[in-house]
Design a protein around this ligand. Structure first.
Ligand code: SAM
Length: 298
């Protein structure tokens, strides 16, 4: 089960009240969503969006057994279509929109789609498994991208200092045999980086896996589009809260809020990102890199 990150801080800043209307754009197991629902019932409503149909199916089954089933609408979509989904479900002029970016612990531990470099699984890494072939898999990228394309992905989405040698390792290996599984990719990375890097505090495959996952799901582009649409569907005084897990995402959120504040659309609520307290980090390792930023629609 995915443990919600910065839960108290999100609730404090979104400040849901009875009768409120909120959108959770990345609902997953509903950790944040249920805490919002508790505060908006009996009249309030929450629209939950989740790109992964399996996660949404589980969430749907669970919520149908609770007292919140009349207060929630669940939609299997990417938040790049946030505005359309909101309009179709009468969620315009809402009190708050939450984005808790990235992947669920479920993806690493259960999905079997190659998100984790510690398990031997096929290289898939898609969230939108129902998007019928529209999205490339990780294997498509590893087997099909050019050397230059791979270097760009590893540098831009992973900030991987050994992008060139890892890309060369991938290109040389795939000439001999296809790279189809996570552990095959880990082996290629291991043989492409210096010995000291293999023994670093951060696992040597971390950045490559992050970069490929971001490329597969167009994650950074999605964040830009989702944020822009969220501003459009917020009511005056409504808040947008975003939890990010790495500097690439956080930079996008920070710059977006700044630009919207300059044009007068938003007021930045969190001058500095809100971080998890040491107690939370002790209980949930994922919380160590979480950053929450909040802004309010003018
Ligand atoms: C960090 S988890 C959210 C956890 C949730 N707040 C909770 O406490 O249970 C992020 C979720 O966003 C989903 N996701 C990623 N990209 C998405 C997108 N473009 N649209 C909708 N959901 C997305 C992932 O499938 C994942 O389940």
């Amino acid at each position: 089960m995915h443990i919600p990150v910065l839960l108290n801080e999100v609730i404090e800043h979104l400040n849901p009240k009875p009768g409120g209307k909120f959108i959770d754009a990345t609902i997953d197991g509903g950790g944040h969503a249920l805490a919002i629902l508790e505060r908006v019932v009996p009249e309030g409503k929450l629209l939950g969006i989740e790109w992964d149909s399996r996660l949404l199916g589980d969430m749907s089954a669970r919520i149908s057994k609770t007292e919140f089933k009349e207060n929630i609408i669940l939609i299997n979509e990417s938040y790049v279509n946030l505005k359309q989904v909101a309009e179709q479900n009468n969620f315009i002029g809402v009190d708050g929109v939450l984005f808790d970016l990235g992947l669920s612990s479920w993806h690493l531990e259960v999905a079997g789609r190659g998100f984790s470099f510690q398990k031997d699984e096929p290289l898939d890494m898609r969230f939108g498994i129902n998007d019928h072939g529209q999205q490339p898999t990780a294997e498509d990228i590893i087997s099909g991208a050019s050397y230059d394309g791979l270097v760009k992905i590893l540098k831009e989405y992973g900030e991987e200092r050994f992008a060139k040698s890892i890309a060369a390792g991938i290109v040389n290996t795939r000439r001999e045999k296809p790279i189809r599984t996570t552990l095959e990719l880990v082996e290629v990375i291991k043989n492409s980086v210096p010995f000291w890097y293999r023994r670093g505090r951060l696992h040597f495959a971390t950045k490559t896996f992050q970069a490929i996952r971001i490329a597969v799901n167009s994650e950074l582009e999605n964040v830009r589009q989702g944020l822009a649409q969220a501003v459009e569907i917020l009511g005056a005084g409504g808040r947008i809260a975003v939890i990010s897990f790495h500097s690439l995402e956080d930079r996008i959120v920070k710059n977006f809020f700044r630009e919207e504040a300059q044009t007068g659309n938003l007021r930045i609520v969190t001058k500095k990102p809100v971080l998890s307290k040491p107690e939370e980090i002790m209980e949930n390792h994922r919380a160590r890199s979480a950053k929450l930023r909040v802004a309010e629609k003018k």
